[in-house]
Design a binder for this molecule. Structure first.
Ligand code: ADP
Length: 639
């Protein structure tokens, strides 16, 4: 019988990079390679179980040998073998799967490494499923023997020292005939690690630490090591906090405690058990990973699909966990899962349960603040969930003008509870920072009246408020669009502002004349020039004439439509402001005074600048320099 020859292949560049990091890593918990190999084996067994189930029409396992994972250590040969009788791989699959980094944990790892600026590989290895390659943290040579369950599949051998290339050989003849279905990974251990990773007790300990919840038997040198049943199907009162934490770490690789745990057993409208966690840290490594979420779906303790995204709404993607139902058939295909009514019902029930759970969590302000800091960016997208709108609104938090500190949070209900008598609206304003909002001229009247304004810092906040529209009996209204008459009746609270307002307003005719002049100067740049009832400290601001689009929302819309024109707005002037009063006087003395024109342009462009519409500051800067030159001249004379 002719022995087939081995073919040599090069690893892809990204794998070389990964291997290089892993081979040279000083990561102390190298043992996680076993977690990776066992979880690959378990996946292969899951796939095998599903294939068998669908072939036998859902009646369950056939008459074959039980599906399990064998770990065998050989001290003398310095080898460690992980073998499964799962689905196996064909030659093409082997090249495809072990030769490239697809969507796996390895890709996430490399991405996080990049984002960390290339440093700190050792500190992030453990947090990701670094996959098969992690075996090179402990091995100098690895051999894979695998035989696919596909009829007529030729078994293959893969060998590599992890230095950049690998070989593949098709196995033929007697050797092939003797091989059973499945995959066998033989690691020849590095000299200095051989002792540690052939120690049977040590290996059993590692299995219990990382792989206790694997649903197939794991045998270390013939003896079963994993012992824990499917925790989510156990009665709650029997489970300790440590067990939950252990399961959470198994599921997420997160070694910290989860922020919260939800263990549900639901009977109606669908039967399911769920064990879910809210992690203390979001998985968002700058820019969030759209794919890495979902709940693992089990049917009667058999894993059907990892990270199923139909089981939970996207805005609750921070929830990690498993769902197990008795109501689905074992051989259900992934395609049918997508439109499955039952899955939809589980989704709706879970959404409600998670929101109720958050409501309870919110009673503990510090804990909820932690949740909010980490997960609110994702959570806010829930404004589209109309069914749970009330609950959703109750869970929102904002910083506001009444907060002493930037990290303080206010709920809509708190806002309402301290609203002024006769105040019928919840006011909010969008801005880049607290400091900027404190200087926003539109908010002056709110400061004067002591009316709280919720601060919005992220564009989605405005979409949320816009979509909710109302909370309890209160309209949610942008401060910028508030009607001054709605606030006029409220007493003033700010005495400094009240004093500024005590200055005499110019005569109506003279004021109108100034407005006419300014409108003539600005032409079509503004729709109208008028007196403002909302300003106290500032001379002017721009107001949207349609009264229902805020400038920030307008900007988002314009960006979406690639419209870079400047919207036409009403210029409101504060008649009691010193500058406006001076302009009235100058205009009265000489209706052609060039200073009035210069001041009008300057006021308008600075208002545009504050609203973020001024794209070319040259004219504005030129004017400021001119005005400074003039005023310094006057100043020198008076000295
Ligand atoms: P990941 O498991 O995160 O996808 P790996 O690098 O660990 O990444 O594995 C890549 C792929 O190789 C797996 O997705 C799977 O298709 C295949 N594979 C790995 N181990 C086995 C195994 N024991 N049996 C069958 N296929 C396997």
């Amino acid at each position: 019988m002719s022995e087939s020859t081995a073919q040599a292949f090069e690893f892809k560049a990204e794998i070389k990079q990964l291997l290089d990091i892993l081979v040279h890593s000083l990561y102390t918990e190298r043992e996680i390679f076993l977690r990776e190999l066992v979880s690959n084996a378990s996946d292969a067994l899951d796939k095998q179980r599903l294939t068998a189930a669908s072939q036998s029409n859902g009646s369950g396992e056939g008459d074959e040998a039980p599906l399990d994972i064998h770990i065998d250590a050989d001290k003398d040969a310095k080898t460690l073998t992980v073998a499964d009788n799962g689905i196996g791989m064909t030659k093409d699959e082997l090249i495809q799967n072990i030769g490239t980094i697809a969507h796996s944990g390895s890709a996430h790892f490399l991405k996080a490494l990049q984002e960390s600026g290339g440093s700190g590989a050792d500190s992030i290895i453990g947090r990701f499923g670094v996959g098969f390659y992690s075996v090179y943290m402990v091995a100098d040579t690895v051999r894979i023997l695998t035989k696919s369950d596909k009829p007529g599949a030729v078994p293959v051998e893969w060998v590599s020292d992890g230095q950049g290339s690998y070989t593949i050989r098709e196995i033929e003849g007697e050797e092939a005939a003797a091989m059973a279905r499945g995959t066998r990974i033989e690691a020849h251990l590095k000299e200095d690690l051989a002792e540690q990773f052939t120690d049977v007790e040590g290996l059993r300990h590692v299995i219990r630490k990382h792989s206790n919840f694997i649903s197939f038997p794991i045998l270390v040198n013939g003896e079963r090591a994993n012992t824990v049943p499917a925790l989510w199907r156990e009665p709650k009162f029997q489970i300790t906090k440590e067990q939950y934490k252990e399961f959470y770490s198994f599921l997420t690789y997160d070694q910290d405690e989860p922020l919260d745990t939800l263990h549900l057993s639901v009977d109606a409208p669908v039967q399911f058990n769920a064990l879910c966690f809210i992690p203390e840290k979001s998985k968002d490594f700058g820019g969030f990973d759209r794919e890495d979420w979902g709940l693992d779906l089990y049917v009667r303790r058999v894993l059907i699909q990892r990270q199923n995204k139909d089981l939970i709404p996207q805005h609750l993607m921070f929830v990690r966990g498993v769902v197990d139902t008795e109501d689905l058939p074992l051989n259900i295909s992934r395609e049918t899962l997508q439109d499955n009514l039952l899955v939809k019902k589980i989704n709706a029930t879970l959404a409600k349960q998670v929101l109720s759970h958050l409501e309870k969590m919110a009673e503990d302000k510090d804990k909820y603040a932690k949740f909010w800091r980490e997960h609110s960016r994702v959570f806010k997208a829930g404004y589209m969930d109309f069914v749970n709108r009330e609950k959703f609104a109750g869970l929102l938090r904002f910083n506001s003008s009444s907060c002493e500190a930037a990290d303080e949070l206010v709920s809509l209900d708190e806002y309402i509870s301290r609203a002024k008598l006769d105040q019928k609206k919840v006011y909010y304003a969008f801005g880049p920072s607290r400091e900027a909002l404190k200087l926003n001229p539109h908010l002056e009247i709110f400061r004067k009246k002591g009316v709280e304004v919720l601060y919005m810092f992220e564009p989605i906040d405005e979409f949320v408020m816009d979509a909710l529209h109302k909370h309890k009996d209160f309209d949610l209204t942008p401060a910028e669009l508030a009607k001054p008459e709605d606030l006029a009746a409220l007493p003033d609270v700010e005495t400094a502002a009240a004093e500024a307002q005590a200055a005499p307003a110019p005569e109506q005719d003279a004021l109108e004349a100034l407005f006419g002049r300014i409108k003539a100067v600005l032409g079509d740049g503004v729709t109208e020039v008028r007196a403002s009832a909302r300003l106290t400290g500032s001379p002017c601001c721009l107001v949207n004439p349609d009264g229902h689009t805020t400038s920030s929302m307008d900007k988002i819309m314009r960006a979406m439509h690639h419209d870079s024109s400047i919207p036409k707005k009403v210029l409101e002037l504060n008649p009691k402001h010193e500058l406006i009063r001076n302009l009235v006087a100058l205009n009265q003395a000489d209706p052609a005074d060039p200073f009035v024109e210069q001041a009008a342009r300057q006021l308008f462009e600075s208002a545009l600048l504050l609203e973020g519409y001024l794209s070319d500051p040259h004219a504005l800067v030129g004017r400021i320099q001119d005005l400074l030159a003039k005023s310094s001249g006057w100043y020198v004379k008076t000295k």
